[in-house]
Design a binder for this molecule. Structure first.
Ligand code: ATP
Length: 233
């Protein structure tokens, strides 16, 4: 579904990705893991066209998307739940959900406001509250709901459980499991390797802007030295 080949991305003169290559299959959960500052968010920003890559290729459903602006990448079917949630603070929950809603891929049972609220019942009573009046957990649910309202073919979540209370984290993991069961293709970045191992089909470990190791959760689990070397666990 998604292929990165030799992606190099810079912030001004500072290079952050040094030939990042990865592959994602439809209906699978793929992860990007690695220590802080290794290039996970930059990989996501490169896919989305937020920080366009300077060289390399990014292909989504057989079409090149490198060089496309973020709104076109989103229209092709990639939904982003960004690091830090990035909820519109001065829009209501309902407006946050509707502002970018669409069904570009013409899915037969699209996500709608009602379906998102069924999925996240906590948002029902908050529909008329402003984005900045929500708890961290509610904001995270809203960020996921907003991305789902785009009816993406691929959903990317960057640190979706960061900074949340343990019970709320559990709730987000359960939601992600339900999305996986529904057949959604997901790219996940998170620090909780145990949870990632439970949900993932395939892992990519990033070190200094390129893939240092890739493999299945079972292989990662059976090789504690990988976790020590690349993740400091
Ligand atoms: P984290 O878990 O801390 O978010 P990450 O793996 O997502 O880490 P990135 O945020 O992609 O890492 O950062 C990769 C490299 O790019 C780091 O060296 C970082 O300092 C650098 N970098 C990230 N954003 C910028 C920026 N806006 N300007 C300059 N350098 C940046």
């Amino acid at each position: 579904m998604l292929d990165l080949k030799g992606v190099e991305t810079f912030y001004g003169s500072i290079q952050a990705l040094f030939g990042m290559s990865m592959h994602m299959e439809q209906g699978k959960v793929t992860t990007l893991i690695g220590r802080n500052g290794m290039g996970k968010t930059t990989t996501v920003s490169s896919i989305m066209g937020i920080t366009p890559c300077r060289s390399g290729q990014i292909t989504f459903l057989d079409s090149r998307i490198d060089g496309k602006p973020p709104y076109q990448v989103a229209q092709r079917g990639i939904g982003l739940v960004p690091e830090g949630r990035q909820i519109f603070p001065n829009l209501s929950v309902r407006e946050n959900l509707l502002v970018t809603a669409d069904n570009y891929a013409a899915g037969k049972s699209p996500w709608t406001l009602n379906r998102v609220i069924d999925f996240f019942p906590e948002l029902q009573v908050r529909l008329n509250n402003m984005g900045n009046q929500l708890s961290g957990g509610e904001q995270q649910m809203l960020a996921i709901g907003r991305a789902l309202m785009l009816n993406p073919l691929l959903l990317i979540l960057d640190e979706a459980t960061e900074g949340l209370a343990p019970l709320v984290r559990q709730e987000i993991w359960q939601c992600l499991n339900r999305l996986k069961e529904s057949g959604m293709t997901i790219l996940l970045i998170d620090k909780n390797i145990e949870e990632l191992n439970r949900i993932a089909d395939y892992h990519y470990i990033i070190e200094k802007g390129r893939v240092a190791w890739d493999g299945t959760p079972g292989t990662l689990q059976d090789n504690p030295e990988l976790k020590t070397r690349y993740l400091g666990i």
